[in-house]
Every structure is written in structure tokens, then in C-alpha cells.
Design a protein around this ligand. Structure first.
Ligand code: XBP
Ligand code: MG
Length: 235
């Protein structure tokens, strides 16, 4: 089947946002709420096993602050912390310090020029995707992605395949006509679960993960063009 669409993950794939954006934003939200919780790089690397910001905070509490989970207002507390985290993340992006990963902008431009359809499938909040498009990816037209699947639009986040299935439905394409680009084992599992051939571009937080089933595993997307994607795509 011809390659009709490429579906990009966001965090770690388009930019190194986990290390430079999400982690500091979580810490800023905790600080602002007067909480002594600090997620250093090592701990954050472990917490990344759980995707989704609200889910990650809950997972942290389960492991390290179990008494917090017994509080009657814990759901509201997590939701408020996460809203604050999103505000800090968007502010951080607006400072403009986070560059796209190598090869990302050229590849997206070249795919668009060849008429390949473009989409996003991410567990991150839609506000975060908008901020990334307006800052890190401002070299691209704002409407580069025809479909954006993000955040709570599906209840089960990666590694569940739901977000990829939702995007396929919006594109009205079978998985075999698409190619997904992911940086993590959770993301790879999600895309393969929706029967989408998947290329992996390893990020600073996913080195050392295992990527069985990927079409190829690359250090980044530098020099990757549509012709190479078609070679990898099973066709
Ligand atoms: C990204 C994530 C996200 C972000 C936080 O995974 O796991 O949860 O860390 O985003 P992927 P929110 O790259 O596979 O999409 O705080 O907005 O949920
Ligand atoms: Mg990712």
C-alpha cells in the first residue's frame, strides 16, 4: 500500500520537550503550590514509564507519597497541579529556547511538498502542541498537520493504541497506508498496536529502551527524506 500519511509523535520526536520543557514545568507547579516535591532527571526518567501528566503525578504519589492518595480532594488537586504545569510549560515554550530536533523541519516540509498527509498523535495536552507549533516549529505553516490527536481526546493513553486509532479514523486511512514516527517504547507499542509501520528516532530520555518491531531505529531524523521513508515503508 502506498505511503499516504505520516503521523508524528510530539514529545521527544519533534523536540526534546521532556527534558527541557515538561520536567521543569512539573517542578515549577509543585514549587508554586508550596510542595517540596522535586523531579530530578533520574527520577523523571523513571516516571516517564507512565504517559500523560495527570497520570504521571498520580503514579509518583502512588510510589513516593501514598498518604496523599487517601485525601478526599486528591483528584481535584492533581487536576489543578496539572493545569498549573501546563501554564508553566506554555510559558517555557514561549521563551523560545527549545529547538526542533535535527531533520524535523526539513522532513515535514518535504513531505508536505510531495502531498503526503501529515498528522500528530500524542499524549500531551493540546495547548502544549499549539505552543510547540507557534514557537519551536514556527518555520512551518501553522496548518501543517491535517489531524492533531492529543491529550484526553481518548481515555487510554500510550502504550494503548487508541490515539493512533483515533487519528487513523480522522484520516480515513488504514494503518498500512501510514508511517508513524516515535521516540519511545511506549509510543512504538501504541503505533504498532494500531498496525502502523513505525520509525524510531531515539531521544535523550529514551536511550536504552528496546524498540522491537520498528522499521528502523535512528539517532535523529537528520537527512531523512520522503524517498527514504518510502524505502522503509513496507508498501
Ligand atoms: C509524552 C508524554 C506527556 C508529557 C506530558 O508522551 O508522556 O505526558 O510528558 O504531557 P508521547 P501532559 O511523546 O508518547 O506523546 O502533561 O500535557 O499530559
Ligand atoms: Mg514521545
Amino acid at each position: 500500500m502506498n505511503l499516504e500519511a505520516v503521523i508524528f509523535d510530539v514529545d521527544g520526536t519533534l523536540a526534546d520537550t521532556e527534558r527541557d520543557g515538561h520536567r521543569p514545568a512539573f517542578n515549577a507547579a509543585f514549587r508554586q503550590a508550596g510542595l517540596p516535591w522535586v523531579w530530578d532527571e533520574r527520577l523523571y526518567g523513571e516516571l516517564l514509564a507512565v504517559t500523560g501528566g495527570k497520570e504521571r503525578i498520580r503514579h509518583y504519589l502512588e510510589r513516593f507519597q501514598p498518604t496523599w492518595l487517601a485525601r478526599p480532594d486528591i483528584d481535584a488537586t492533581i487536576a489543578e497541579l496539572h493545569r498549573a504545569k501546563t501554564r508553566h510549560y506554555v510559558e517555557l515554550m514561549n521563551r523560545g529556547d527549545i529547538p526542533p530536533r535535527p531533520g524535523v523541519v526539513d522532513l515535514i516540509r518535504e513531505l508536505a511538498a510531495e502531498g503526503v498527509r501529515l498528522a500528530v498523535a500524542t499524549t500531551t495536552s493540546p495547548e502544549n502542541v499549539d505552543a510547540l507549533l507557534a514557537t519551536t516549529l514556527r518555520a512551518l505553516p501553522a496548518d501543517s498537520f491535517e489531524v492533531i490527536g492529543a491529550g484526553d481526546i481518548v481515555p487510554a493513553k500510550k502504550p494503548a493504541p487508541d490515539i493512533y486509532r483515533w487519528v487513523l479514523q480522522q484520516l480515513d486511512l488504514p494503518g498500512a497506508a501510514c508511517l508513524a514516527v516515535e521516540d519511545s517504547a511506549n509510543g512504538l507499542r501504541a503505533a504498532l498496536g494500531a498496525a502502523i509501520p513505525t520509525l524510531v528516532t531515539v531521544s535523550s530520555t529514551t536511550r536504552g529502551e528496546s524498540f522491537d518491531g520498528a522499521l528502523a531505529v535512528l539517532p535523529n531524523l537528520a537527512g531523512v527524506n520522503p524517498a527514504r521513508l518510502r524505502q522503509w515503508h513496507p508498501g
